[in-house]
Design a protein around this ligand. Structure first.
Ligand code: SF4
Length: 180
């Protein structure tokens, strides 16, 4: 069966609800794409959890090799912005674009992101940027808001059920000061 969509996985806890809901549309390829995560031990920990979840939930999975230099370039000049500010918009846009390019390379017609499971993210921005990138590459962006319809509670339930590690900061070096 061919893939219906690529699902950008930002972390395993958010992927639980993402896989559960987006699999209703067809076959999903989970793509871990997070060049923003630091330090490297934390990156490996989150990637390992996503890979482990793929086995437990039975979905196909890939990791996109993290290009940290390109990500740092994308947010350069905006390092001191608060969360949800311009640094985050550039980070999200950069990562979504990478996911779209991978979908294009693999011949998969659509993409979505688990970032919409987070109660802390600007959902309107994510969807607007996703649609803009989709148009640019002739793809479909699936604007499902995973945190809706009790999504946050359900992802916590699945995270607990699968015994997943749940991080306490978003991912980049600047977000570590907001831990907890
Ligand atoms: S806080 Fe999160 S979304 Fe914002 S730049 Fe850092 S990793 Fe990206």
């Amino acid at each position: 069966m061919s893939y219906r969509l690529v699902l950008h996985i930002c972390c395993a806890p958010d992927a639980t609800i993402g896989i559960e809901r987006l699999s209703e549309l067809g076959k999903v390829l989970g793509l871990f794409n997070n060049p923003n995560i630091e330090p490297i031990d934390e990156y490996f920990r989150r990637e390992t959890e996503a890979r482990r979840l793929a086995v437990m939930m039975g979905f196909d999975y890939r990791e996109l090799e993290p290009d940290r230099e390109a990500w740092l370039e994308a947010v350069a000049g905006y390092e001191d912005e608060p969360e949800r500010g311009e640094r985050c918009r550039r980070c999200i846009a950069h990562n979504l674009e990478n996911v779209a390019l991978e979908a294009l390379r693999l011949g998969i017609p659509a993409f979505a992101t688990t970032l919409t499971a987070s109660p802390h993210k600007d959902i309107d921005f994510i969807h607007d940027k996703g649609k803009e990138i989709a148009v640019k590459y002739g793809l479909e962006y699936i604007d499902m808001t995973l945190r809706k319809k009790d999504g946050v509670r359900r992802s916590l339930e699945l995270t607990h059920q699968h015994g997943l590690y749940r991080q306490d900061y978003c991912g980049c070096r600047w977000s570590q000061k907001n831990k907890g």
